[in-house]
Write a protein of this length. Sequence first.
Lengths: 163, 163
Amino acid sequence: MGKMMAISYEPIGIIHSPFPGIENVPIQPTAAAGILGTVEVFAEFAAGLKDLEGFSHIILLYHFHRVTQSRLVVTPFLDQELRGLFATRAPARPNPIGLSVVKLLSIEANVLQIEKVDIVDGTPLLDIKPYVPEFDHYKVERTGWLAAASRQVGGKRSDDRFG
Amino acid sequence: MGKMMAISYEPIGIIHSPFPGIENVPIQPTAAAGILGTVEVFAEFAAGLKDLEGFSHIILLYHFHRVTQSRLVVTPFLDQELRGLFATRAPARPNPIGLSVVKLLSIEANVLQIEKVDIVDGTPLLDIKPYVPEFDHYKVERTGWLAAASRQVGGKRSDDRFG
């Protein structure tokens, strides 16, 4: 397989939120308590939502559509130092895929009501997966530069540095 | 934005594992203790690995390259019932993006040694993110059909149903 293999995806829906632009968005779902949004899954994929309402939390994978260029070294929102991109959750990635775990409040037909939304309005949705502690909780030994910084996430909002 | 917007990604590396095909693979990292693999990040992205070695666990996002068709309703490995695709972690997704949290053992230049590998050899890598309990641990109220089934994940291996 060559390096230049292209992988092509299409949005399966759109995420709606109170955040019209990339500035002033909570920088993780943990900083987005009480913030409501909706996920509109396109009708042709609605059959795949069966059984999803049994889960209180879901993983959303989405395309950071407002990122205009990727970088390999960034100064993250939570730090003043330059960090390797893959050691951060910054949006300006070679493949700008975002990951958020949100609270699922309800599903009506193809529309999901969600809470803890840290996502820009209009973001193209790529995938939904159930969040399950048995698969998603790991006991870690080290969290690198984020060990100190992640405790400050609560009050932090984004700016336009990754536009 | 129309529904037909195409999103194009390119692999940033290749995941190597002891699993040459889609059969007999652990179905979650939790079922893959002691299984070693490597991640070869292409040289042009190696600068983005700075600071990553500080993290004991990392999130790999990758392309399920062996999936030939997506389905909206599947019988998962852990169940005998038909379930909505988005309520499962099955690979046969509209956008076949896989997500695994693996243990990071070491990094040398552009090669990562990893453990708890539940991924087919040769899988194209899309993204690496640091795994941080402050962002990735959620207290859930409900895990739907997986509440009972997920406890059986330890001894389970895949078969060829999603090829």
